[in-house]
Design a protein around this ligand. Structure first.
Ligand SMILES: Cc1cc2nc3c(=O)[nH]c(=O)nc-3n(C[C@H](O)[C@H](O)[C@H](O)COP(=O)(O)O)c2cc1C
Length: 650
């Protein structure tokens, strides 16, 4: 049967939630929507499907590729087409009876009156930064007694406010007048999202760039916002259900699973809002004055590869490497070690493992450009090794499936889920290791308890040893969520009180010594950092070499194998924490490397070594010890030095 458009049939499935009479009322109503971009397009399509047939629409812009992620009308066929034309076509394709008054120059002082003519409800979807136009429209809505609703896409949720006739107005709520342009943006944002549910998951705050009037957005936010705006409009138009006016606000965030109703009497004059404003202003000032967009010099092939590879992990995030670019296809890795100041690296091999991890990451990164790598080693000076890397174009090279995990992978130091690894996960992890390496698992509760005791004992060695004090003091970035050169406090896995205790203790070795002697000062950190996480994991593992590693090359190769394994855990969605210090101390004791002058510490380290030897055969072959668990990505992590700092000219 051939269908033709029939209003009653088209919207018949609305009936039930609306009565037929209500549907008929909706058919007669006129809605004004300013802006057909991020959220306006979705608002329009939602309201057309509600059965609204009359619209006043404005937009002066054209669709472009960068609108793809969120704008309902943006696709490869609509680039460079007027947003207004495209959206009208889409609306008419849904309901050929829609009647639209168009405002193709956008909203301005001259046409706002006309734009709101005969309008029953105004739906705000102007660009976030179009504050002057927004103020003007809301002011006129209040004068003309037109109800107005604003549902903003915020992260992966929506925050929404209504402005009904005779109630608190836009200006009374936001109080923008008298502030600078940037302050007004901040006040608008704070008023829009008093609950700030999105704050917890903005993974790259640099993308929120008030200075350049840019911010990140998602389609989910837009769709949720349209669902909400559509509902507010229907309630307003049908005079049904309670519609909240500001200073009430609502915020639903699908990401954090939260819904919050806020009440800010006085709007932005409210004391909570004032506080948020003064805190926000400090952050905002960092972005002022408005920056012209920096001209970004395109990266060369080697720079592109290194920009990825710099995300390789290294002990304590020291990134003991720099790169010397020789020509278009060759560069030298200068790898140093930290033996002079780090007790965990007295023979340089921890650094060499990291250099191997870096090399593997370079190889993975090069694969995306169809390149293999060939290397020439110069290990004459073990404290400053040089590896010449030559890029070889090779059509048979496919992008490594581990590439997307290079930047995502991060250490999880907190307690993790304990659901056992499946056979297929274990097989994938075993297969990740090249020939010459074996994997030993410690999965049962008994085994994990043994590891927990080993790590607890080993942590005492670490924390009571004066030789490790400077390392610990220097590697933690207190109070931080992210850190370019250290480990941020929030990635440590201790609660706030323990972090404060540690911060206080680490200020002075005598404090640690005193606390250890009289108050068992390291017990709390050791329980939180070592004992509990060891139990709260699904397995511990040891990577062993078939032949004991002795040379720098052995450690570099082992590093390459470890990175394949580590990235595979990330691909499987598993949390990962290295537990290297028991391996390091037992090696020192086995090889007679003097790592402390404190007899009590040596005694404790020997106790740890005995526990370690008891756990597995051939501990001397162990290259890497760690734990895995069911875990989400950590919200706090180490980041990396910028590429420019890592490239040297010699
Ligand atoms: C050779 C090596 C040894 C490491 N040993 C430990 C360790 O014993 N305990 C730990 O929590 N993290 C350890 N790490 C993890 C680093 O601290 C971490 O990779 C670095 O801070 C960068 O952070 P990210 O991996 O989260 O990006 C080790 C990393 C490497 C490469």
């Amino acid at each position: 049967m051939k269908h033709s458009f029939d209003y009653a049939l088209a919207f018949s499935r609305n009936i039930g939630w609306f009565t037929e009479d209500e549907q008929a009322i909706l058919r007669t109503k006129r809605i004004a929507i300013a802006g057909m971009g991020g959220v306006g397009g979705s608002h329009l399509l939602t309201l057309v499907r509600v059965g609204i047939t009359k619209f006043n629409l404005s937009d002066f812009d054209e669709f472009a590729c960068e609108n793809t992620n969120r704008q309902a009308g943006a696709n490869t066929f609509t680039y460079e087409k007027k947003k207004l034309d495209v959206m009208i076509e889409m609306a008419k394709a849904i309901n050929p009876e829609v009647e639209i008054n168009i405002f193709p120059d956008g909203i301005n002082n001259e046409n706002t009156d006309e734009f709101l003519k005969d309008v029953d409800c105004y739906v705000d979807s102007l660009d976030f930064f179009a504050l002057e136009a927004r103020k003007e429209v809301f002011k006129l809505c209040a004068e003309k007694e037109i109800p107005a609703t604003t549902a903003a896409p915020i992260g992966m949720g929506t925050a929404y406010l209504n402005f009904l006739p005779g109630k608190m107005t836009f200006e009374e709520y936001f109080r923008l007048d008298g502030y600078t342009e940037n302050e007004q943006y901040l006040r608008f944002f704070l008023g829009l999202t008093p609950a700030a549910l999105q704050q917890a998951y903005l993974v790259d705050p640099t993308k929120l760039d008030l200075g350049n009037k840019k911010g990140p957005s998602t389609m989910m936010g837009c769709q949720l916002a349209s669902g909400v705006a559509g509902t507010q409009v229907v309630k307003i138009l049908l005079n049904r259900g309670k519609v909240l006016n500001v200073p009430w606000g609502l915020h639903f965030d699908a990401y954090t699973n939260r819904f919050k109703k806020t009440w800010r009497p006085g709007g932005n004059r409210n004391v909570i809002q004032r506080l948020a404003f003064s805190i926000g202003k400090k952050k905002l000032l960092n972005q002022l004055p408005r920056q012209p967009e920096k001209e970004i010099k395109p990266l060369s092939l080697i720079e592109k590869i290194l920009d990825y590879a710099r995300w390789a992990p290294s002990g304590d995030n020291v990134q003991a490497w720099q790169f010397e670019i020789v020509n278009d296809t060759s560069f030298i890795i200068h790898g140093t070690d930290t033996r002079e100041h780090c007790v965990y690296d007295l023979d340089g091999h921890s650094s060499h493992l990291a250099h191997g991890i870096l090399l593997e990451t370079i190889s993975i990164s090069a694969s995306q450009f169809g390149c293999a790598i060939e290397t020439e080693n110069d290990f004459n000076n073990p404290q400053h090794i040089k590896i010449m890397v030559n890029l070889i174009e090779d059509n048979s090279i496919q992008t490594s499936e581990l590439l997307p995990f290079v930047k995502v992978r991060a250490v999880q130091r907190r307690a993790m889920g304990t659901r056992a690894l499946s056979d297929s996960e274990k097989t994938a992890l075993k297969n990740a290791l090249p020939d010459g390496y074996n994997l030993i698992w410690f999965e049962s509760f008994d085994d994990r308890l043994k590891l927990a005791k080993l790590n607890f004992c080993n942590a005492k060695t670490r924390l009571t040893m004066k030789e490790a004090y400077h390392t610990h003091k220097n590697i933690i970035d207190w109070h931080q969520q992210f850190s370019e050169t250290k480990i941020p406090e929030k990635a440590l896995g201790v609660d706030w009180a323990t972090a404060r205790l540690m911060e206080w203790l680490f200020k002075d070795w005598n404090r640690i010594n005193f606390a250890n002697k009289y108050f068992a000062g390291t017990v709390m950190p050791r329980i939180q950092l070592d004992f509990i996480p060891s139990l709260k994991s699904c397995a511990h593992f040891a990577i062993q070499a078939e032949n004991e590693a002795t040379s720098i090359e052995d450690y570099i190769n082992a590093g390459r194998a470890i990175q394949k394994f580590w990235l595979t855990t990330a691909k499987l969605g598993l949390g990962f924490q290295p537990e290297q210090t028991p391996v390091i101390f037992s090696k020192y004791l086995r090889q007679g490397i003097q790592f402390t002058s404190d007899e009590a510490v040596i005694k404790n380290a020997n106790k740890g070594k005995a526990m370690f030897d008891d756990l597995m055969p051939h501990t001397e072959k162990t290259l890497f010890l760690g734990r895995l668990g069911r875990s989400q990505l950590p919200t706090s992590r180490s980041t990396r030095k910028p590429l420019a700092e890592l490239i040297i000219n010699t």
